[in-house]
Design a protein around this ligand. Structure first.
Ligand code: GLU
Length: 415
């Protein structure tokens, strides 16, 4: 028996779309069964000289539209079912943004904050030396995700090239610019989210200067969206890191907070500001709520307390399916992850194109191309919402499902 995608939220959304599009069981199977999933166990020598065995995963979900694409996360709670869900979502994300990629995701069960730089490097290299035969610029292309960054990508690239004996920068994206990374890749997820939010707000006649925003997460994505939105006149009333949240209904000074974060201290140590928990930040009265940290943070338990008008999902899968239904009834609109945070993979695609053509673009060129790609995808979603009189999530699922199934049909997999 083939392995099923057990992602309940994906299945429940897919069920709704399946009946709308009249999908048969074979089509549903093609969409929900991952084509390859790997579990790797590998040894790493720790600084104390002892060997520790780590577990890592890679799921290559569907490659009908091109090589599979998706990040690798390092987190103590990485779990194979979640990796599968995220690989499924990457398949949809690449389809809705019209990228010639399928979807994948990987991860290692580890708390990287507890590792030295040397241990982190050995762990990253060992993941690649274990998995490299299944990766490549024309096969499966990893990228950063939760707790991984350009330095980790650089070690992974180096390990891959050492084993294959060739320069192949296109085997991984999110690299440092000096090793073939793209201009603006580090701000791309947040920039993409901004372009999408701007288009949706224009459509709903919402004005930036009258818009209050609360952001959960102040890592790369949360910090950059805070900066971009405050530069465009939005009022950022609350932000949080993994320890605590801070808020000021008159608006926070984002640049000061960015300077403070350079000291690597948590907001819990920041004096002279009002504090709020990570949970309560999601329930603040604001116009736009941006979950920009981990998944499953808005659930059936707290969805009824959400007071935002719009949710921009910059994290992957921050709203559970039950919460999605509750928010729908409350008329809270959700700009779904597979579009809202797709700026990262869009610029990853540009990076891969630059790597495979050996011709590099400047910041403005990348930014303009990202804007075009995000605005086009947002407009396409708007048209589907109107045609089907459905939510943004349903519209994106409809589009992605149609595109993936069409590619499968052209390949002769489906008749
Ligand atoms: N980890 C990011 C995401 O979830 C980027 C993936 C990529 O660039 O391949 O979209």
């Amino acid at each position: 028996m083939a392995e099923k995608n057990v992602c309940t939220s994906c299945n429940s959304m897919l069920d709704k779309v399946a009946s709308l599009l009249n999908l048969n069981q074979t089509e549903i199977d093609v969409l929900t069964i991952p084509s390859r999933s790997f579990t790797f166990s590998f040894p790493v020598i720790m600084d104390d000289g002892k060997t520790k065995i780590f577990t890592g995963y890679r799921v290559q979900f569907n490659s009908a539209r091109g090589p599979t694409k998706g990040g690798i996360r390092f987190h103590p709670k990485v779990d194979p079912e979640e990796v599968k869900t995220l690989a499924f979502l990457m398949t949809l994300k690449c389809a809705v943004t019209n990228l010639p990629f399928g979807g994948a995701k990987g991860g290692i069960i580890v708390d990287p904050k507890k590792l030295s730089a040397g241990e982190l490097e050995r762990l990253s290299r060992r993941y690649i030396s274990t998995a490299y035969k299944f990766l490549g610029p024309e096969t499966d292309i990893p990228a950063p995700d939760v707790n991984t960054n350009p330095q980790v990508m650089a070690w992974m690239l180096d390990e891959y090239e050492r084993l294959t004996g060739k320069h192949q920068p296109g085997m991984i994206t999110g690299k440092p610019v000096e090793l073939g990374g793209s201009a603006i890749r580090e701000i791309s997820t947040s920039m993409g989210g901004y372009f999408t939010l701007r288009e949706i707000m224009k459509d709903r006649k919402m004005k930036p200067e009258q818009t209050t925003v609360a952001i959960q997460g102040f890592g790369n994505v949360g910090l950059n969206i805070a900066k971009i939105l405050s530069d465009h006149g939005y009022k950022i009333i609350a932000v949080s890191d993994s320890k605590t949240g801070i808020y000021d209904l008159k608006g926070l000074d984002v640049r000061n907070l960015m300077d403070y974060k350079k000291s690597k201290k948590g907001f819990d140590k920041l004096k002279g500001v009002k504090k709020i928990t990570n949970q309560k930040i999601l329930e603040l009265k604001c116009d736009v709520l941006i979950p920009a940290a981990l998944g499953d943070v808005i659930t059936k338990n707290n969805a009824k307390n959400v007071k935002a008008k719009l949710i921009l999902e910059l994290a992957n899968h921050p709203v559970t399916p039950e919460a999605d239904d509750i928010l729908g009834k409350k008329k809270v609109e959700i700009i779904p992850d597979i579009l809202a945070n797709a700026g990262g993979v869009v610029v990853s695609y540009f990076e891969w194109v630059q790597n495979t053509s050996n011709y590099y673009w400047g910041r403005k060129e990348v930014l303009d191309k990202l804007e075009t790609q995000m605005v086009t995808a947002t407009k396409e979603m708007g048209r589907t919402c109107k045609n089907f009189k459905c939510s943004m999530r349903q519209a994106l699922y409809i589009q992605a499902v149609n595109k993936v199934l069409y590619a499968e049909r052209l390949r002769g997999v489906l008749k």
